[in-house]
Design a protein around this ligand. Structure first.
Ligand code: HEM
Length: 415
């Protein structure tokens, strides 16, 4: 079992009733059965609480509080270090150090954020996502074909990982032969998001940018039908695109588009594997899969965006001080009984279907259309092609947690 991160002293302005001891990376109950532990948090901890773990931070699990904090970008900044401080730090670095890409625009606040989100918005339209549907279906079938006769697989390594990574390579105009290399990179990246080591995270961003640098440079003068070419052709406030910004966008798309879909698929398929009746129902009525995919995103939300408190404020009745860190714990918000009736139930016809799995406010997920297409097509093909599947009774699913609650493995069986 991984050791908990050391507890830091509670600052004087934080009252005892605000403190709840929860290590969002290593909590053993979270890693054993993630969303059960999240429900326990909702029962036992206040909607906004402070934990002495992970360096000491606020965690927002309540739905209205998360909504409020996500939209108030003046108070809750996405720049985890103030821009001026970051610029001063960069200026002090030796000039021959490699440049560290900044995932853009996810680390920016409005109004700057909007300016840099614009170019990406065009490339992630619902139509752009639908255009990929046939390729995604063919790919899902190909991956299912590889395991169908063996009666079992680790769903994560056999299907959930290669599918979005292949979609990503194609979308970015990277050759499909680089699948194995990018899968290794996804793993390495993941390992670095489960530590609090800033240096490791920075060098990882450089490594991800380097993996795409050749294609980024090549597409500048030889545009093709891919996102890298499209981004080169955009202007920001009338200024032409730069190589630095291209790196920043590409690093963001790698961070945002891979690990997320992998685990969305994992949680969805795990629920289906535990619920044979639901599998039967969706096999009989595949038109319900679109709704089911949405309810699975709510029931098992798994991303945890971070914010920096940019000015003293109050949230959930407690005083938060400038410079403190805050985790927007979306898995909690989507299971908050104050927002969803019987939130633990998977309910296809629930009244309130508006989940926050894709975030709230100006940073709301740009890849949501694409993610939905990937999830829906995967569920359709798994249910159509495979006989009823179940969790492997001899091998449990294993998890790790950082800014995403993520699977290591999800062993499945079928007859
Ligand atoms: C089930 C899959 C996914 C989930 C649950 C998800 C969730 C999220 C969340 C919660 C945010 C907001 C982060 C914040 O507030 O700081 C976000 C932002 C973002 N996502 Fe996704 N995402 C998914 C898939 C994707 C895919 C496939 C892509 C693209 C390839 C993508 C691209 C982005 C981008 C570019 C942003 C940043 C938007 C901004 O800062 O304005 N996401 N995502």
């Amino acid at each position: 079992m991984t050791a908990l991160s050391p507890a830091v002293p509670v600052p004087a302005h934080i009252p005892p009733e605000a403190v709840y001891d929860f290590d969002m990376r290593h909590d053993p109950a979270l890693l054993a059965n993630p969303h059960e532990r999240v429900r326990e948090l909702l029962r036992d901890a206040p909607p906004v609480f402070w934990t002495p773990r992970n360096g000491g931070r606020w965690i927002v699990i309540g739905h209205p509080e998360l909504f409020q904090a996500s939209r108030d970008t003046e108070t809750f900044s996405s720049g985890l270090m103030p821009r001026a401080q970051l610029a001063a730090m960069m200026a002090m670095m030796p000039k021959d150090l490699p440049r560290i890409p900044q995932a853009t625009p996810i680390t920016m606040d409005p109004p700057e954020h909007g300016k840099f989100r614009g170019p990406l918005q065009k490339t992630f339209s619902p139509r752009a996502a639908m255009n990929q549907i046939d390729d995604i279906r063919a790919l899902a079938d190909e991956l299912i074909d590889k395991v169908i006769d063996q009666g079992h697989c680790d769903f994560i390594s056999a299907i959930a990982e290669p599918l979005p990574v292949t979609v990503f390579l194609k979308m970015m105009g990277l050759p499909p032969e680089r699948l194995a290399e990018f899968r290794v990179l996804v793993h390495e990246f993941l390992e670095n998001t489960t530590t609090d080591n800033m240096v490791a995270a920075a060098s990882m961003s450089r490594k991800v940018a380097d993996a795409m640098l050749g294609e980024i440079l090549a597409r500048k003068d030889d545009p093709r039908d891919d996102i890298i070419s499209l981004l080169w052709a955009t202007e920001i406030d009338g200024a032409p695109m730069t190589l630095e910004l291209m790196e920043d966008y590409c690093v963001l798309l790698f961070i945002a588009g891979l690990d997320t879909v992998i685990n969305g698929m994992g949680f969805g398929i795990r629920h289906l594997a535990m619920n044979p009746d639901l599998q039967d129902k969706l096999r009989a009525r595949p038109e319900l899969i679109v709704e089911a995919a949405e309810e699975l995103l709510r029931r098992y939300s798994f991303t945890i965006p971070m914010r920096r408190v940019a000015q003293d404020t109050k949230l959930g009745g407690f005083d938060l001080k400038e410079g403190e860190t805050l985790a927007l714990y979306i898995p909690g918000a989507d299971l908050d009984p104050r927002e969803f009736t019987e939130p633990e139930q998977f309910e296809l016809d629930r009244e309130n279907k508006v989940h926050v799995a894709f975030g709230v406010g100006p940073h709301r997920c740009l890849g949501a259309h694409l993610a939905r297409v990937e999830l829906q097509v995967l569920y359709q093909q798994m249910l159509k092609r495979l006989p009823p599947f179940r969790l492997d009774p001899d091998a449990e699913a294993t998890f790790h947690s950082g800014n995403i609650i993520a699977f290591d493995t999800l062993p499945l069986r079928w007859d």
